[in-house]
Design a protein around this ligand. Sequence first.
Ligand code: TA6
Length: 317
Amino acid sequence: MINIDELEDRFSIEGEVGFYEGDGELIYISVCNKYADAEICLYGAHVTSFIPNGSFDLLWMSPESDFEVGKPIRGGIPLCFPWFGPHATDPSKPAHGFARLMYWDVAETASLENGETLVKLQLNASDETRAYWPFDFRAELSIIVSRTLSVSLNIFNTGSQPFEYSAALHSYFSVSEIKNVLVEGLQGVSYYNGFGNELTVQQEKFIKIEKEENRRYVNTNSECLIFDTIFRRVITAAKEGSNVTVVWNPWEETCAKMNDMPDDGYQDFICVEAVNAYNDTITLAPGAKHATTAILSSEFRKGEFDLGGNSGGFSVV
Ligand code: TA6
């Protein structure tokens, strides 16, 4: 049983880091510093909000999300580990692994010299995790709240045999309406479309979402820019330690089948995800570690918002 008073005693920082019982009686950390506000749910080590000063939330949360142990939270930044998507051989195991379905421990909080805030959460192998996956590991999620949000999933092999895993920081970005959105950064990159096995090279400079998209781009560590011409906001989704980027929007039909999203919820977000999967699964020898990091930020563009040629007429002046 998690004791909020104990967490407060050990890890709160006056005016900067606090703990509270929020949606679904789950336990959350709130972070507030001179750069931004953020909320992190200990269940799933799930960042549910990141609001840089003078801006509004970069992250979308489904108004119909479950907040219930045993079910994933819809929106924010779900952590996928130790597999991405359906389990390779056992469909009874949870999609996207078990990390987002477990309470994580708080390992550290710190006020950094420059006014940034560090929150470190941890999940260790246990009988519960071994029931899903037989390996000894430690997962650490380091979150630095600053003008940017840096979220780093560190996996350590603490056992005596090597293991292979896949993972993702499955960010849901909040947008004014999906029709106002263009994503740049994947031109010339090959992707698997939907669950197909054939690679297509993206010719266009921008992706415009006009139907269900589930594009799994391989061999790319580029940052993506998400242009929102009505919010006049550009979100930068940069990453490290990941060579796969997934761009996902369920569109109307799939969205309507999802119980934890309003029927028109697909209008309000786009997922651009830092992934290790497919030809970028990670193998760790005993004692080795790997970090997958997403670095998220945003800026508003005042005045001219002209994306130039090939942007499907997107131009706000
Ligand atoms: O990253 C895209 C994806 O794997 C899609 O296939 C879609 O199912 C989505 O993630 C959400 O998965 P979830 O298990 O959270 O419903």
